[in-house]
Design a protein around this ligand. Sequence first.
Ligand code: SF4
Length: 763
Amino acid sequence: MDKDDRAKISLIGPDDVIGGRITTPQKYAAGIPAVKVALEHAMKEMGLKRSIATLSKLNQKEGIDCPGCAWPDPKKRSSLGEFCENGVKAIAEEATTHTVGPDFFKAHSISEISTWTDYEIGKSGRLTEPMVLRPGRNHYEPISWEAAFELIAENLHSLTDPNEAVFYTSGRSSNEAAFLYGLFARSFGTNNMPDCSNMCHESSGVALTETLGIGKGSASLEDLYEAELVMVIGQNPGTNHPRMLSALEKCKENGGKIIAVNPLEEAGLIRFKNPQEFSGVLGGGTAITDLFLQVKINQDVALLNLLIKKLIERDEKVGGIVDHEFIQKNTQGFEELKQDLEKYGEEELLALCGVPEAEVEKAVELLVERKKVVVCWAMGLTQHKNGVDNIKACVNLLLLKGSIGKKGTGTCPVRGHSNVQGDRTVGITHHVSKNLNDAFQRVFGFNPPEKEGLDVVKSIKAMYEGQAKVFVALGGNFLSAASDTLYTAKALQNCELTVSISTKLNRTHVVTGKTALILPTLGRTELDVQDGHRRYVTVENSMGRVHRSMGNLAPHSSKLKSETEIVSQIAQAYFQSNSSIDWEALGKDYDLVRTKISQMFKGFEQYSDRSKGAGFDLPNNARMGDFSMLPNGRAQFSVCRLPNHQLTSARFLLMTIRSHDQFNTTIYGLDDRYRGVFNERRVLFINPIDIEELGLKKMDIVNLVSNYDGVERMAKNFLIAPYNIPKGNLAAYFPETNVLVPNNHYADKSHTPISKSIEVDIV
Ligand code: SF4
């Protein structure tokens, strides 16, 4: 690779096997190994002093909100530490002592960096000052903040239509920054506000809004503790939301039962060794799952329809299983669902879902005997063509049992990024809502645009086709997060300007528009001081609780700005004196931003005061059993169609997954301890019978090919790893496999990419 030729940028990075080790998967999550690995990460990246300073405040009241997942904090916080192994990794990644300044960019061209893995790029360190990549150049160079803001303003002014700009938001941004960002995009004139939710829980939002009148979950942490039965479907909490295991453990201590539904048998669903409990350190820990239903990829509707069908039939014989009183009083569509289910034979549904009949019967028994049910899920349900129906099928089960709007019951879509839910609450959405537009008019005196904006897949298409020319990202690593990596890379390269507001270097900084800016921002762990006063931001967790987050470390560089300030200064540079909004004041005074939020959105009264300590819960109609905003004021049962995959004998269904050393696109390390993988990410988890039938053996190297609409996409070099996964199903890590997911194949209604059910061949 010629280091100084920008034309030679690698769009997907290296795709060689490193030479890892594949061993037996672990049968439990956490325990002493988790503490050891967490400490190793902390010491390596932060050292002792910074580790103590950050971890003692992590997820404590008035402390630092974990920038990892959005799992809620318990009312009473543990003095031993209120975090998991992956929370420590997230903090270590941000508070690392490694930095990336002008010398780094002088030494390394972007074509060179593009040949590094995402892991290597991320480990470079924290960004310290604004950098610009000029057209045709291969090295970033420093730029002043003023010049950077002018460059953005100039490019935005040069557009012939505001809809030629795209404003992306990642789930790390605070409520304050996200609100201001949405305000700027709308006052600039566009609703092009794609966000990371488009790629993960959009299907949940659509399904829950249509069935229960709110696009968020209804269960609280206390509901999980009190539930008689928790179903965990399409979710791997041991890696992706580890502190959820403590909640499940508590549920079990209270006599609750857990059913896990997943194609892969995951360590975190088998046994949890709580490192804060004696039994977790020296004993065997807690068996989490009472019943594991190993469903085939994307056959959750078949399984849920089968369970519901059996429960209805049993109820017709003996009664007391279906909550008729609740259904009568609160719902509609039950008869239509019953009629639809009559169309399917039990044998057909059993064959489709792949779960042995005896296991299905055990699940029915558990459901028959229990009234308080919570269903938890994540990407395993949302990232399919029928992602919305998958969630609606879960809602059907809960409504059948009367398990909505009561203690110990509810829906629990588990969010993967710390403030992805809050960003939506305060106005980050590409959808147009009359109520929201009216609120902007009332509070800020302008009329926001009425044209529907672009979500992630539509934004990529618009950039690819040259209809969008300026791309601004408030956080995130867009290229590695999005599907169809090559297509997305070319889309970004078509832009005149790409702007990344970031804490750390990532792949989106090297596959850029003609001109690119990196604007370095404060992380959650850092002090945010204005006129001698320490500022805090607020976030909303997965269960709708809003609370403060306040950093305590000296910033990595005096040139960092907060996200809120950056957004405010982009707005000031763009509008100059032509805006009735006081952008400068909003950028400095977060209390003022919170006051504006409270004037626009219900439930934020006395926002700053109430965000103290444990914070406050936002209104949640489903939690209260109020369905008045739905047709006829009733929660909706839904008829859910079965998916229809055109698989030949040579084809497989592939689901993309995270490794245990990974958080979304951030790669903390190269191990996936729970699945028995070390020092390797190019791994294909496959059923041993399939390996034999293909004439392959463990550690052989294969390629994966998808073919949608006649377009062949290939992900090269994956090591064969025998695993407990249904025959015909495969799993491999993203972002390595994102190249296989076509941008134009996504979930109906939600447009979430089909990353969990990609039809592929092994070649
Ligand atoms: S469970 Fe999620 S929020 Fe909690 S410490 Fe772990 S990664 Fe952070």
